[in-house]
Design a protein around this ligand. Structure first.
Ligand code: FES
Length: 106
């Protein structure tokens, strides 16, 4: 499934990620700047914050309460389209997802 990351400076990178990884891990293993992922993917650090593009808002599933809670503590304030990319598991349903990266994660 293809995931597009748009940096704060609008530079775009599209990756074809394997099923079962996460949007956070896909970024880290492919050197996408702008995602930190300090806690390793446990919804405990908020440094994998992304904004889901309005055109692909229907792709990710509902968030769990721990993600919702952690989103209140991100470096850049949350928006209605905020998600923690470590909680976005790559599935076929995610193909075509576009995420925007915040200006900072810490
Ligand atoms: Fe820590 Fe996502 S990697 S909250």
């Amino acid at each position: 499934p293809k995931i597009t990351y748009v940096a704060a400076d609008r530079a775009e990178q599209t990756l074809d990620l394997p099923l079962g990884t996460t949007v956070m891990r896909g970024a880290l293993t492919n050197d996408v700047d702008g995602i930190v992922g300090q806690c390793g993917g446990y919804a405990q650090c908020g440094t994998c914050h992304v904004f889901v593009d309005p055109d692909s808002l229907d792709k990710p599933g509902e968030m769990e309460p721990d993600e919702d809670d952690m989103l209140d503590f991100t470096a850049c304030p949350r928006e209605p389209n905020s998600r923690l990319s470590c909680q976005l598991e790559v599935t076929e349903a995610l193909d075509g997802l576009i995420v925007h990266l915040p200006e900072r994660q810490t």
